[in-house]
Design a protein around this ligand. Structure first.
Ligand code: DP6
Length: 353
């Protein structure tokens, strides 16, 4: 039996009530990046990835469901209190993709009210936190239908569903370090849903500071869904996927041993490789802005002079995440505000945990 079959809900359940569900889910920052999807498959990654879920940076979603009387389904979305139709195509596609696994959704109309804790238009991708929060709301409906639903299954299926909304969203279901994508060295890892990182983590990595430098508040010109597609014809893609898988092996040993310098070297290399992939795609693109580069050089100089453990990683955009051990938080944050503030539109403080 195919693994995805475990998630089918074909039986006709009758939930004859209307209801409201509220769920929160965090954003995450990948250490080993998911970039590229397998051809002709729905949301299956080309390599395994691992991220930290972020504290304080999350989406809260309220899902209101009403029994449907008319044939045509209605879904309304409100973002920070205002109706927003621009998200509708993505949400409709999501409902369409998951309908096979959640047949009960056909019985309802929905109003989705969502808000983020991070500033509006901060350039921080909210698809991971918003799609995972929505998937958790949907699983709460399923829980009302199937009384024997176990917690493990609840989270696993939520991750499985979130993946159809946005790949990285499947990792946001769990706190801490989370892996998505099958890797030979990680037991239980697979392409269908994420799992909590199952091995030993040195205490230095159980909680890290993450300062997000918002350098560009505006949406990036190439969205990540388009960027993933460009990997299909990127001449360096095959090597990149191999390298990501090797990096995962390296990271397993780093996380166990608590080697901060190796950790920093690995995450910075991963971040720059992700950006190299978009620069070498057709059409090519450059996400970094001049201030992104200023910040990266400043971090390297500061690290050399101060011997502090501060490392950067990047998302699919111009913004920078600075990661450091919480033991060094006071001096590092002081330096960030004195030396980097002028390059940023906003600074968001968070923790990886
Ligand atoms: C650079 O999850 O946003 O953040 O599956 O098309 O929604 P879709 O892509 P998305 O890609 C995230 C890419 C990344 C790296 C990562 O989070 O692993």
């Amino acid at each position: 039996m195919k693994k995805s079959c475990f998630f089918y809900r074909k039986k006709k359940y009758s939930l004859v009530q209307n209801g409201v569900i509220t769920k929160k889910s965090p954003s995450n920052i990948a250490l080993i990046k998911y970039w590229g999807k397998q051809k002709n498959k729905i949301q299956i990654p080309s390599n395994s990835s691992i991220s930290y879920s972020l504290e304080k940076v999350y989406t809260e979603t309220r899902l209101i469901y009403h029994l449907r009387e008319k044939k045509k389904r209605s879904i309304k979305i409100f973002f920070s209190g205002k109706e927003n139709t621009s998200f509708l195509p993505k949400i409709l596609e999501f409902f369409h993709r998951i309908s096979l696994y959640c047949s009960y959704l056909r019985d309802f109309n929905f109003v989705i009210e969502t808000k983020n804790t991070f500033p509006h238009s901060s350039g921080i991708a909210s698809s991971a936190s918003s799609m995972s929060a929505l998937a958790l709301c949907i699983m709460e409906i399923e829980k009302k239908l199937v009384s024997s639903l176990e917690e493990d299954f609840f989270l696993r299926k939520a991750s499985f569903l979130a993946r159809f909304g946005s790949g990285s969203a499947c990792r946001s279901i769990y706190p801490g370090l989370v892996v998505w994508g099958g890797h030979k060295s990680i037991k239980g890892s697979n392409n269908l849903y994420a799992i909590p990182y199952p091995y030993k983590i040195h205490p230095i990595f159980t909680k890290m500071g993450d300062t997000i430098l918002v350098i560009d508040e505006y949406p990036k010109k190439i969205l990540s869904s388009k960027g993933h597609q460009l990997m299909i014809h990127n001449p360096y893609a095959k090597e990149r996927f191999k390298c990501a898988n090797k990096n995962m092996d390296r990271l397993i040993s780093i996380l166990k041993m608590g080697d901060l310098q190796e950790f920093g070297e690995l995450i910075e290399h991963e971040a720059l490789t992700l950006h190299a992939m978009i620069m070498t795609s057709h059409p090519y693109f450059l996400w970094m802005k001049p201030n992104t580069l200023h910040v990266l050089y400043k971090v390297w100089d500061f690290r050399k002079q101060s011997k502090k453990n501060i490392y950067f990683t990047l998302d699919a955009g111009a913004n920078v995440h600075l990661l450091y051990p919480i033991q060094e938080i006071v001096s590092i944050r002081k330096w960030i505000y004195s030396d980097l503030f002028s390059y940023c539109k906003k600074i968001i403080e968070s923790f990886c945990q």
